[in-house]
Design a protein around this ligand. Structure first.
Ligand code: BGC
Length: 741
């Protein structure tokens, strides 16, 4: 008995000793801020300085002495980038770092389905976690201001409400894996040309109403743990160290407690980097794509120069402590979270997620005489034409370039789906860009073809004329001046003579289906000549499967455009009112966003006479939907109240399908100019043939408010409003007036 009591006492006292010894910062039961302060108090000045700048292309040091791991960043946003050499952009040549490529974010936005966004975030977050990454460099939510922007494919379209709704679940999905999402590029990085030297001049209304809401939603609703500053300037300061954007708005007004990471090579000045809100410096002296000075990490703006300023007493440590606190929070939220799940890579579930998101994002733009879906029972021969039917699209495009385990091309997807039920013949049709390498990752495809345009066209026309159906698969690609980082497109038209080719194919076969692969709007001079058009994005690993499923009708298309397809470039406000400076300059140049809040459909609506090629929110289905008159539960709203709109939607066709019911609000009279209408709600509903569902929206003050730049506040002005139910920005199904008291 005595022995037992003695042993018990020994166990208890050892346990309490151990509990006492466990430092607060390692004790997950303690509040986060207590742990942060405890860890901060243990760090030396040099350790702190080390933490605020990179030690390699994609990592910054932790504190080995205290068991705080290094911080590893990865692109983002469509899959996990291959490992790169310590101080290079080139891949390291590992054989176990291939990923699943998910569809580009334009496709995700085109699903108009926040649940798809959650699935996307969860899946890519699992891949990032398995690869032991601390931060995923994505998602990107810069607003689609011009169709020339080479990086639009990485973003979520032209509308602040749509992108806000879509970014939140992505961030949450990633972070549930103990990996930080890093929302980029904050802010006003709306073009690639001259991205390092453009000083954006934009009024506060446009800033708050158009360019910031998705970032704000990611921070306040999604609780993003990291944000990336952008390359460009605002109010004369580079956005990676910008008093207004980072200190006043992000950390001040929005209460962001995470880390601000610089874009790679986005830091230009030590003092500004100290005081203007930056927390972690990466990639200095590169342009984000090419190499700068080698292993220059000690000379980074926030390295030795910062240390020297502190040691000489010229600056204090207040800012440094704030940066390190944020970095410690990042560690506790990610690598030091003992409940962090393990993640997974290349799983069947991830491929399925990639395919489903792709299927839901494809947009049916035209379908005259119900050419689509293809009925394989009645088809003997299908001609597939075009370079994009075979070209791997996961390699290229800049920092989002990937190394995939596999990628199903559109042609392979179609062949696999058709099987031996029909013959599938292929002709190249045009040669775009035959190269297939990025940062040492090679596609392994040999797309070289020296035939003349005439020879290629002749062959394509001949093949087309012998087939029952022709599927032309073209569009843009990930090469410079297409959908690609660091350069913009040179025009709205299709490159490589595709317009002429499509016209020739249309003459050869009336059953021509055009599949446009791009992350941007393109002009379609031939639109009247072809019966069917699909907008297919960069769909990643499962590209061919997703496309084939829509072509053959296994999936009823339900994607809707997340941006306007203008008929002409001049119809875009940035090009009509200016400014869009499409040239590179050594000196910093001002670019005025003269159009203010009138971006995308907000501008098209105002123009009245200008018709877009395809409006924002547009997309067809293989079935049809009918809307009843929308009703409001009351006609008047009190300032802090809300009203509910309900509309019944019915599937009037013969197939199951999904409709995206859109709610726009129109302010009938206001002190400041307002867009004719603005998207303030949407719901995707699945309906069986003949099925009817009631769709409801709650409208509150936030849906009626504009940003008053004089008061620097969101204001809902009493007066008359309209709730507009629509199937796209131009397809209005019902309007109900109400009043804000
Ligand atoms: C891009 C970022 C990217 C970073 C790291 C930069 O060139 O602008 O979006 O995350 O490189 O690759």
């Amino acid at each position: 008995m005595k022995v037992k009591i003695f042993l018990l006492g020994l166990v208890l006292s050892t346990a309490s000793l151990l509990a006492q010894q466990k430092p607060v910062y390692l004790d997950a039961t303690k509040p986060l801020e207590e742990r942060v302060e405890d860890a901060l108090g243990r760090l030396t000045l040099k350790e702190k300085i080390a933490m605020v700048h990179a030690q390699s292309k994609f990592s910054s040091p932790g504190v080995p002495r205290l068991g705080i791991p290094d911080f590893w960043m990865t692109d983002g946003p469509h899959g996990i980038r291959p490992e790169v050499l310590w101080d290079e952009w080139d891949q390291a040549g590992w054989t176990n770092d291939s990923c699943v490529a998910f569809p580009a974010l334009t496709c995700l936005a085109a699903t108009w389905n926040p649940e798809m966004s959650r699935l996307y975030g969860k899946s890519i977050g699992e891949e990032a976690r398995y690869r032991n990454k601390t931060v995923l460099l994505g998602p990107g939510v810069n607003i689609y201001r011009t169709p020339l922007n080479g990086r639009n494919f990485e973003y979520m379209g032209e509308d602040p409400y749509l992108s806000s709704q879509m970014v939140v679940p992505y961030v949450q999905g990633v972070q549930q894996n103990g990996v930080a999402a890093c929302v980029k590029h904050f802010a006003l990085n709306n073009q690639e040309v001259n991205r390092h030297a453009t000083n954006v001049i934009v009024d506060d209304r446009a800033l708050y109403e158009i360019y910031l809401p998705a970032f704000k939603a990611a921070v306040q609703q999604g609780k993003a743990w990291a944000i990336m500053g952008s390359y460009n300037l605002y109010k004369g300061q580079h956005c990676c160290h910008n008093q207004y954007l980072l200190n006043d708005i992000l950390k001040g007004e929005w209460g962001f407690d995470g880390v601000v990471v610089s874009d790679w090579g986005g830091v230009h000045d030590t003092e500004q980097a100290i005081t203007n809100g930056l927390d972690m410096e990466f990639g200095s002296w590169t342009n984000g794509l090419s190499n700068g000075s080698s292993n220059a990490y000690d000379s980074y703006y926030l390295a030795q120069p910062y240390l020297q300023l502190i040691q000489s007493g010229k600056v204090g440590t207040k800012e440094l402590d704030d940066k390190v606190r944020r970095i410690l929070r990042l560690a506790f939220r990610t690598t030091m979270d003992t409940d962090r799940p393990f993640g997974s890579m290349l799983s069947p579930a991830h491929y399925e997620a990639a395919r489903r998101i792709g299927e839901e994002g494809i947009v049916l733009l035209k379908n005259k005489n119900a050419v689509l879906p293809l009925d394989l029972a009645r088809v003997k021969r299908i001609a597939v034409i075009g370079e994009n039917a075979v070209k791997m699209m996961t390699v290229g495009g800049g920092s989002s370039s990937l190394k995939v385990q596999h990628e199903i091309s559109p042609l392979d997807g179609i062949k696999e789906r058709v099987g031996d039920r029909a013959e599938v013949v292929y002709a190249r049709g045009y040669v775009g860009d035959a190269s297939g390498e990025y940062n040492g990752v090679v596609t392994g495809q040999n797309l070289k073809d020296d035939r003349s345009v005439e020879e290629l066209t002749d062959e394509a026309v001949k093949v087309a004329s012998t087939a029952d159906y022709v599927i032309f698969i073209g569009g843009l690609n990930k090469s410079p001046h297409q959908d690609c980082e660091d350069s913009d497109r040179k025009g709205l038209g299709l490159p490589y003579g595709q317009d002429e080719l499509i016209s020739a194919l249309a003459k050869a076969n009336k059953n021509l289906i055009v599949v446009n692969i791009s992350g941007n709007a393109v002009a379609m001079s031939w639109i009247e000549q072809v019966p069917a058009v699909l907008q297919d994005w960069y769909l990643g690993s499962e590209a061919g499967h997703a496309l084939a499923a829509v072509l053959m009708g296994d999936v009823n298309p339900s994607g809707r455009l997340p941006f306007t397809f203008p008929a002409r470039l001049e119809d875009v406000a940035a090009h009509q009112l200016g400014e869009y400076i499409g040239t590179v300059s050594k000196e910093i140049v001002n670019e005025k966003y003269n159009e203010g809040i009138f971006v995308g459909y907000r501008w098209t609506d105002k123009q009245k006479k200008v018709k877009p090629l395809f409006p924002f929110g547009y997309g067809l289905s293989y079935t049809t939907f009918a809307y009843e008159k929308p009703v409001l539960d009351k006609k008047e709203m009190s300032p802090d109240g809300q009203i509910t709109l309900t509309v019944k939607v019915k599937n009037t066709g013969a197939r199951e399908g999904q409709e995206v019911v859109q709610l726009y609000i129109s302010d009938k009279k206001s002190s400041l100019p307002r867009p004719i209408k603005e998207l303030k709600g949407f719901k995707k509903v699945k309906l069986a043939p003949g099925e009817e569902k009631a769709v409801s929206f709650t409208i509150d003050k936030s849906a009626l408010s504009y940003f008053d730049d004089h008061q620097h506040a969101w204001v809902a002005e009493p007066g008359k409003f309209e709730a507009i139910v629509a199937a796209s920005a131009t397809d209005i199904k019902g309007v109900v007036p109400f009043e804000l008291k």
